[in-house]
Write a protein that binds this ligand. Structure first.
Ligand code: EPZ
Length: 454
């Protein structure tokens, strides 16, 4: 328990540090801070490849996904200076160059961001390579939208044994029309990062409009891009000849903020999350209140707390923005195990995001998972045999157990369950959490959790 922040930081702990002993059943209380969004910062770093002058990004968190993209950029000749204490990263792409397939493969293992290098590299170098992609196992996570998008701009996309090789046509990429069959965050970002310098106009329909995408549009506009967003998920991009560097402060991480809010509720605690930003979290806040949680929005953050009394069951459906984020679902489900009655959660973004509930069951939760679309309108996973609806019956006391982290958000929900449960839990594979939660161990200690690496 007496471990320091630096010893518990982002960089891969030794294998022996990958199991956390948690003495649960105590409320979390105190103040912690969140910095820039994991699902924005790496993409803004990739955008710097498009600039002919250096960029500066502020509010950068120390998480593994930032490290991966930093190393990928360095492998492509970008000069990266990261002031980790200040959270400021300077990126100079003046000497951009191709990296070897082996180098790209070695660096990109745990992340999905490398696919977003394609557009910028096709513009700057005329070619790109993507290896097998990593990321959380929460569904198939295909990249068909990405590849089809790049083809539409004129790229030659060839699948080879070690990955996918892409080449820009003679004369460069050309603007096009893209109709996304689903508002994919990644495919929308792919389109934006490619269209800004393609010749002519690109029209994207069915686009994702998450706040992180809007902030990427802010960055690209600062660089010289011309992008308009319509009310019907249509984005129109006018290609320009030249983009320059940007200076930008990243929007805060609304997933991390909500995760700590859910932890406060499940442990009957009281946590002030400095940096939490109400406008990006209003859907979460509505749900949090319906469940019986309380919050106070302050100038510099949001206080999340359990006001006493019973929690209420709810019917919840995850969806693309402005719906309830899929990434908020897993942490909140732990609090729902403490709500009175039956809660229903219908996951409509990923087909396989309930793997984490088996550990909660082991700890005493009563959760059934169904392949049907339970509780609300049918989604694209209904009748396809995916276990994508959950019914949670509560309240059920949780007790400590030995559990293993399945993925990033599922892992954080395991951590919350262990903190809420009576007795001792051992949470294995805890290192996965450092992919998206900056200094999570130091924050837990600050919130008076009884946790230590074993
Ligand atoms: C981003 O993933 C986030 N990751 C995810 O965060 C987040 O859950 C997701 O958006 C939805 O908000 C990053 O930003 C790095 P999608 P992304 O393309 O872009 C299907 C976390 O824990 N699809 O919007 O990969 C896909 O299978 C994570 O922080 C295709 O079918 O998500 C999924 O069902 C995990 N073909 C749906 O679209 C494609 O080519 C939405 O995926 C692409 C996606």
């Amino acid at each position: 328990m007496q471990q320091t922040e630096s010893a518990l930081g982002i960089h891969t702990p030794a294998a022996s540090n990958n199991v956390l002993r948690v003495e649960g059943g105590r409320p979390l209380y105190g103040t912690i801070s969140v910095r820039g969004a994991k699902n924005f910062v790496p993409k803004a770093m990739v955008a710097a490849l498009l600039g002919h002058t250096p960029s500066q990004l502020r509010n950068v968190p120390l998480i593994r996904d930032v490290d991966v993209v930093k190393e990928m950029l360095e492998a492509h000749g970008v000069d990266v200076i990261f002031d980790e204490d200040e959270g400021v990263i300077n990126l100079d792409p003046s000497n951009i160059d191709a990296a070897s397939a082996t180098e790209i493969d070695a660096l990109s293992g745990s992340s999905r961001i490398p696919i977003l290098f394609c557009g910028p590299l096709l513009h700057r170098l005329g070619e790109a390579f993507i290896p097998e992609l990593g990321g959380c196992v929460i569904g198939d996570r295909p990249i068909d939208f990405h590849l089809e998008t790049l083809r539409r701009f004129g790229a030659d996309v060839v699948k080879e044994a070690d990955g996918i090789r892409l080449r820009a046509p003679e004369g460069g990429l050309v603007g096009t029309r893209i109709d996304l069959p689903y508002p994919s965050v990644g495919a929308t970002e792919q389109t934006l990062l490619t269209a800004v310098q393609a010749q002519g106009i690109t029209t994207l329909t069915g686009a994702a409009i998450e706040p992180e995408i809007m902030d990427l549009i802010n960055v690209l506009q600062k660089m010289g891009a011309i992008i308009s967003v319509d009310t019907d998920r249509t984005i129109r991009i006018e290609g320009v000849d030249r983009l320059d560097g940007y200076s930008h402060t990243a929007l805060p991480d609304r997933i991390e903020a909500a995760s700590w809010g859910a932890a406060a509720l499940a442990t009957r605690g009281d946590v002030f999350v400095r940096g939490a930003h109400q406008p990006d979290m209003s859907t979460f806040l509505n749900t949090f209140r319906k469940v019986g949680g309380a919050f106070d929005v302050e100038e510099d953050g949001i206080r999340f707390y359990h006001p006493g009394g019973p929690l209420r069951s709810i019917v919840l459906e995850t969806n693309v923005h402005p719906g309830f984020m899929t990434d908020w679902q897993q942490p909140l489900v732990v609090a729902l195990t403490q709500a009175e009655g039956l809660s229903i959660v219908h996951e409509t973004v990923y087909e396989n995001r309930f793997g984490f509930v088996s550990a909660l069951r082991q700890m005493g939760a009563n959760i059934q998972v169904y392949t049907e679309c339970v509780g609300s309108a049918p989604c694209r996973f209904g009748a396809r045999n995916f276990s994508h609806s959950a019914v949670i019956s509560g309240p059920t006391p949780l007790h400590g157990a030995d559990i293993t982290v399945p993925d990033l958000r599922g892992g954080f929900s395991h951590l919350i369950a262990a903190l809420a449960a009576d007795g001792v839990s051992h949470v294995s594979g805890i290192d996965v959490i450092s992919r998206g939660y900056e200094h999570f161990m130091a924050k837990l200690l600050k919130l008076h959790a009884r946790v230590e690496y074993v």
